[in-house]
Design a protein around this ligand. Structure first.
Ligand code: NAD
Length: 282
């Protein structure tokens, strides 16, 4: 299969959610072999059904492996979905190592993240919500990066792409506080930048994706029917609308592909101009 990601083995975490699923669909369309990972198995089953429906000819690894590899594959059938709690290192390690039998990881999109309803300002954020948020949003990304580097080295890769989902709240202040979430996304930006420097000479690229607020369940369920809450955010968009998950997914395809071979350590902002705005049009 020809495509911008042809021949690449990719993992997407949070693959059952808004950005993750749209990215999985585009990755498959672009010829990557994708392992969809999420904490929710039923949601993963639904996500996989959607990928299969939209990309019926998604590449199967068997088609481009040697005979010896094929034997191995019969012993260890290809998994297309993987239940994984990214805050547990053993889950992340096992998931990434499972790709070794298939030629090893080339791309990982560390995208799983939460924004908790009880996250608030400095006074009102409960400590357990801070810890939960950081365990998933920061430690989960660290574990994904750590085991990606180990896998890329183990499989003697001369290039690899790691994309970590941060947020525009890591770049601009919001007077609608979610302190634990904001701090966690700042940490993602910082750790990604450092890893980009540390591993650049090995050919491993690390970039952060910074989405603006989107039409995905993560935000839209939280906003619900509250028009005032919604308006409080929408007014800041120069384009007058929230972003769509697929608009993030297109950026991730670019960062994952060899077209982005000189893009490293970037805070890749996909926000419709939101972080560049002073006042917006009426
Ligand atoms: P979403 O809620 O639709 O999807 C998140 C997915 O992550 C869900 O499928 C969920 O089951 C999974 N998940 C949660 N905890 C997990 C864990 N411990 N291990 C593995 N999977 C887990 O959210 P989304 O909008 O697609 O967000 C994806 C990423 O984008 C998140 O990191 C989020 O913080 C970030 N982001 C979202 C927005 C937005 O407005 N939606 C804006 C900026 C950044």
């Amino acid at each position: 299969m020809v495509g911008r990601l042809a021949g690449k083995n990719a993992i997407i975490t949070g693959a059952a959610g808004g950005i993750g699923l749209e990215t999985a669909i585009l990755f498959a369309k672009e010829g990557a072999s994708v392992l969809l990972a999420d904490i929710s198995e039923p949601a993963l089953e639904k996500a996989l059904a959607k990928v299969k429906q939209l990309v019926p000819n998604a590449p199967r690894l068997e088609t481009r492996k040697s005979e010896a590899r094929r034997e191995l594959i019969q012993e260890k059938p290809l998994r297309l979905i993987q239940k994984c709690d990214v805050s547990k290192e053993s889950d992340v390690q096992a998931m990434i190592e499972s790709l070794d039998a298939w030629g090893g990881l080339d791309v990982i999109f560390n995208n799983a993240g939460i924004m908790h309803a009880r996250d608030d300002d400095a006074i009102n954020t409960p400590e357990d919500i801070w810890d939960l948020t950081h365990n998933i949003n920061v430690k989960g990304v660290w574990f994904g990066c750590k085991h990606a580097v180990l896998a890329l080295r183990r499989n003697k890769k001369t290039r690899g792409s790691v994309i970590n989902t941060a947020s525009v709240v890591a770049l601009v202040g919001a007077a609608t506080p979610q302190l634990a979430y904001t701090a966690s996304k700042g940490a993602v930006l910082a750790l990604t930048r450092e890893l980009a420097m540390v591993h650049a000479r090995e050919g491993f690229r690390f970039n952060s994706l910074c989405p603006a607020p989107l039409n995905t369940p993560l935000l839209q369920d939280w906003l619900g029917d509250d028009q005032a809450k919604r308006q409080r955010r929408e007014v800041h968009f120069p384009m007058g609308r929230f972003g769509e998950a697929v608009e993030q997914a297109h950026a991730v395809v670019f960062l994952a592909s060899d077209e982005a071979s000189f893009v490293n350590g970037s805070d890749f902002v996909v926000d419709g101009g939101m972080t560049k705005a002073y006042v917006t049009a009426e």
